[in-house]
Design a protein around this ligand. Sequence first.
Ligand SMILES: Cc1cc2nc3c(=O)[nH]c(=O)nc-3n(C[C@H](O)[C@H](O)[C@H](O)COP(=O)(O)OP(=O)(O)OC[C@H]3O[C@@H](n4cnc5c(N)ncnc54)[C@H](O)[C@@H]3O)c2cc1C
Length: 512
Amino acid sequence: METIECDVVVVGAGPAGLTAAYTLARSEPTIRVAVLEARSRVGGRTWNGRVLDDDGVAHFIEIGGQWISPDQSRLISLVDELGLETFARHRTGDAVYLAPDGTRHVYREDMPVSAATQAEMDRLIGLMDELAAEVGADAPWAAARARELDTIPFRDWLGRHSDDQEAIDNVSIYVASGMLTKPSYAFSALQAALMAASAGSFSHLVDEDFILDRRVVGGMQSVSRRLADEVGGLGGRIVLDTPVRRIDWHEVDPATEDAPNGIAADVRNGVADDGAPGTVTVHSDRAVVHARTVILAVPPNLYSRIQFVPPLPREQQIAHQHISMGLVIKIHAVYATPFWREEGLSGTAFGGGRLVQEVYDNTNYGRNDTGGEDGVEDSYGTLVGFISDHYAEQMWALPPAERRHRILAAIADYLGPKALQPIAFYLSDMAAEEWTRGAYATSYDLGGLHRWGHLQNRPTGPIHYACSDIASQGYQHVDGAVRQGEAAALAVLEHRDGANHPGAPAGIGAPS
Ligand SMILES: Cc1cc2nc3c(=O)[nH]c(=O)nc-3n(C[C@H](O)[C@H](O)[C@H](O)COP(=O)(O)OP(=O)(O)OC[C@H]3O[C@@H](n4cnc5c(N)ncnc54)[C@H](O)[C@@H]3O)c2cc1C
């Protein structure tokens, strides 16, 4: 077991934790930073993968997060700073829409729904835009109508404003199955408004050309890999394969003991000086780290995997139980060629309420982990699709061959029978990953956001929190993780040396 002495220990080497370590190391050369990561790789929910075809050829896939939208300015500037390039998603050609009765429509501009349904969708989108603007992304729990909006399921909120089921299904998809990856009855209208506000507006979520705009050449995990290289180059330590099991973070005051009931001294009512450095020991499988401050950069659903000594204050202990991962399967199907393009199709396809709710052309570009050439598109065609919440549960319950057939048949409903014959096929299974346990990210249960949201970014003693799942702008996205990592690092520096670090960005790009 290695012992490491440092100033700041970061738990989790995803984009949030590594941005925090990078920001600290760059801002303050004397600061000693260590990052402890449970997995044998960096990147967390961003993950460059490969799938073998029948001839044993490896094809590049992004098992986790991949797309960047134009509003994600922190991530965009970081990608640039790290010397990485991006490329646009292929979108030339017609899209396909499957109506609730199964009728297939090929279209170019507006979704081919009836004029009445289109008007109803436009109205609902307008209402959601207003709600997002009213609630905002920074502190939705403090909005005037926070309680009212947080105690109504998003499905019911939509139902109160429309009786056109097709319009409701099509609008619902952008937040429910498309983003939070939970059924629309399982989260509130306030949570939906936060999701929209964090992307700038609900209209942004609706516009796939905006929200799914670009990818990183070489894969999104390259951002974390480069960050890890930078941190190492600046003298930081990154230890892999070392899950953090326990954090000793505070000395208890013996006077808080409840002797008559045999309850040991604790910090149930919180501690003074939240955010200030303290004395911390972090126990992981391969290293024990002594530090002044911790940045806990893991998804909130995993906080309870760590033993805190003493146990966290009561408000954190209860709040952390009200935030959970969604569930989505990301489908990767590789074909000898992008056959859909030959038929004038872009590869983009939608169907609210269908098994595979959305499909996109995900053909690779440039050099990546399986080869490729700079500036050249892959000759193989790759489709990506998504199966959310209830449908994902149904699919995992099936035998593999039947699962594969059902999924490919659902894609063929959009793009024709050639979709049934991929040369390689892979399903991202983040729910089975011990150090993630779902996808894409976490959100509060009904009523949880207005009750507990104000706590999510408040440090607990020397423990600071950073994760895309507790971000305002960029919530649930890599951009939010980068913002969170940077904000946590700056908060640590401010507490350490307020005069020198008045909160200015520490050099990963222009202020947002
Ligand atoms: C299938 C999928 C598709 C997605 N698509 C997109 C997309 O297109 N665009 C986008 O912007 N975002 C997307 N996302 C979301 C994006 O990947 C996340 O928002 C982002 O990775 C969050 O970064 P993070 O650092 O906050 O958390 P994570 O990436 O989850 O990193 C947390 C790290 O902490 C580690 N860890 C956990 N517990 C411990 C412990 N006890 N000890 C030590 N280490 C621990 C984990 O192993 C992990 O490496 C997607 C996610 C998934 C799963």
